[in-house]
Design a protein around this ligand. Structure first.
Ligand SMILES: [Zn+2]
Length: 375
C-alpha cells in the first residue's frame, strides 16, 4: 500500500491518498508501508494530452517559422525514420511528457506499430496509440498502451474515412482524426458518437461544433501550434459555447513546449483576448478529465476512489488558499513545479527526478536525426 501523505488534494483539501493495485483506494487519513511526503504540495490528476506526434520529439523547436503547408510538404516526408530511430524518438517524447506531468498521451502513430508501442510501453506512460487502419486489426494492448484508429479524416477522402470508422467500430476501437476545414463534420452527421475524436476543427462552423457537442464527440484544440502554423483561430471558446468540453493537445514540439501548462495558458489567453468568459481554473478540466473522456478513457483524469492512480504533485503553491489554486496553477505553473508523478500507482518521477529514464541521454541519442533532417 502506497500513501501520498499530507498533500493538498485539489478540490478536497489536505488529505492522504491511498493507492492499492494501481488504483486510488481512498482519500482521507491513512498510513502505509510506503509513503510519499506531500506536505506543501498540491495533489492533482495527471495531465492528459489528447493529441501528440511523439515521433517528432527529436525536432524540438525546429519549426518556429514553419507554416502547416511547408511542414507537410517539406519536413514531414523526411521524417520517415528507420525502426531504431523511430523507437528512440517516441521514447524521448513519452519520457519528456512524463517529466512534465503528462500521464496519458494519445500518440499519433507513424506506421511502425511494433517499435512505437514498444517505446510507449518502455517509457511507463499511459498511452492511446493512434494505429493506422492497415495495422489496426493486429494491434493488441501492451501494458498501459491501448489504441485508437488514426484516420486521415473526412477532408482527404470521405470514403476512406467512413471505412476507417467502420473498421474501428468492428474492432471496438475509437477513431481519431484531424479536421481543419468547414463542412467535414457535417458530412459525418449521422455517424457521430463518443467514439469519434476530432483534432483542431478551426474552420468548423458553429453548427458543426454543436453537432459534435450534442453527439458527445471528443474535440482537441492545440492552441500554440494552431496559432504558430496558421491553422486558423483555435475553437476552444466556440466549442464551450456550443455545449462541448474541449480537450487539449501539445500536437508537435517543433513549435510548442512538451507540457500541458502552455496549452492551458494559450487557450486561456486567446479566449480572454476575445472577451470570452472563462475561469482560469476551468482549463484544468480540459487537461484532465475532459481530455480523458475525449479519447474514450473513463478511468483516469480525476482523483476519485476507483480511478487509476495517475497523479501529479506540484510544488510552489503552498501559499495559496484552496479557491485560488486551480487558477493559480493554470496561470503560472510550469514543468519545474512538477515534483512527483505516478502512473497507474507507480512512481515515475520523484522529487523532481525521473526514476527510470535519463532525459539528457535520451535527447543525445536522437540528436543525429534532427541534424540530418535539418541539413
Ligand atoms: Zn496532429
Amino acid at each position: 500500500m502506497l500513501v501520498i501523505k499530507g498533500g493538498h488534494v485539489l478540490g478536497v483539501g489536505v488529505a492522504d491518498v491511498l493507492i492499492s493495485d494501481g488504483a486510488i483506494a481512498g482519500i482521507g487519513s491513512f498510513s502505509g508501508s510506503d509513503e510519499i511526503a506531500a506536505d506543501g504540495l498540491v495533489v492533482l490528476p495527471g495531465f492528459v494530452d489528447t493529441h501528440r506526434h511523439l515521433v517528432q520529439s527529436p525536432m524540438r523547436g525546429s519549426g518556429a517559422d514553419l507554416s502547416l503547408g511547408t511542414f507537410l510538404s517539406d519536413v514531414l516526408p523526411r521524417l520517415v525514420l528507420p525502426p531504431a530511430e523511430m523507437r528512440a524518438a517516441v521514447l524521448l517524447g513519452a519520457v519528456e511528457a512524463l517529466h512534465a506531468g503528462v500521464t496519458t498521451v494519445l500518440d499519433w502513430g507513424h506506421g511502425s506499430l511494433d517499435v512505437e508501442v514498444e517505446a510507449l510501453h518502455e517509457s511507463g506512460i499511459r498511452a492511446v496509440y493512434g494505429v493506422s487502419p492497415a495495422d489496426a486489426p493486429r494491434f493488441t494492448p501492451v501494458g498501459l498502451v491501448s489504441a485508437a484508429v488514426a484516420s486521415f479524416g473526412p477532408a482527404l477522402s470521405i470514403e476512406d474515412n467512413l471505412r476507417d470508422i467502420e473498421l474501428a467500430r468492428s474492432l471496438g476501437l475509437s477513431t481519431t482524426m484531424h479536421v481543419t476545414e468547414a463542412g467535414s463534420v457535417a458530412r459525418l452527421a449521422g455517424l457521430l458518437g463518443p467514439d469519434l475524436h476530432f483534432v483542431h476543427g478551426n474552420a468548423c462552423t458553429d453548427d458543426e461544433l454543436r453537432l459534435l457537442a450534442a453527439a458527445g464527440c471528443g474535440l482537441t484544440v492545440t492552441p500554440p501550434v494552431e496559432s504558430m502554423m496558421g491553422h486558423g483561430s483555435p475553437v476552444y471558446g466556440r466549442f464551450v459555447a456550443a455545449g462541448g468540453t474541449p480537450a487539449l493537445g501539445v500536437d508537435v514540439v517543433i513549435n510548442s513546449t512538451a507540457d500541458m501548462f502552455e496549452q492551458m495558458r494559450a487557450a486561456l489567453w486567446l479566449e480572454r483576448l476575445r472577451g470570452f468568459p472563462l475561469s482560469a481554473g476551468s482549463l484544468l478540466q480540459s487537461a484532465g478529465v475532459d481530455g480523458a473522456r475525449a479519447i474514450g478513457l473513463s478511468n483516469v483524469g480525476s482523483l476519485e476512489v476507483g480511478q487509476r492512480a495517475d497523479i501529479v504533485l506540484l510544488s510552489g503553491f503552498s501559499h495559496l488558499p484552496p479557491d485560488l489554486l486551480p487558477g493559480g496553477i493554470v496561470s503560472t505553473a510550469g514543468v519545474a513545479d512538477v515534483h512527483t508523478v505516478l502512473v497507474d500507482g507507480r512512481v515515475v518521477k520523484r522529487d523532481g527526478v525521473l526514476v527510470d529514464h535519463d532525459l539528457a541521454s535520451l535527447r543525445a541519442a536522437v540528436e543525429g536525426i534532427a541534424r540530418r533532417i535539418l541539413a
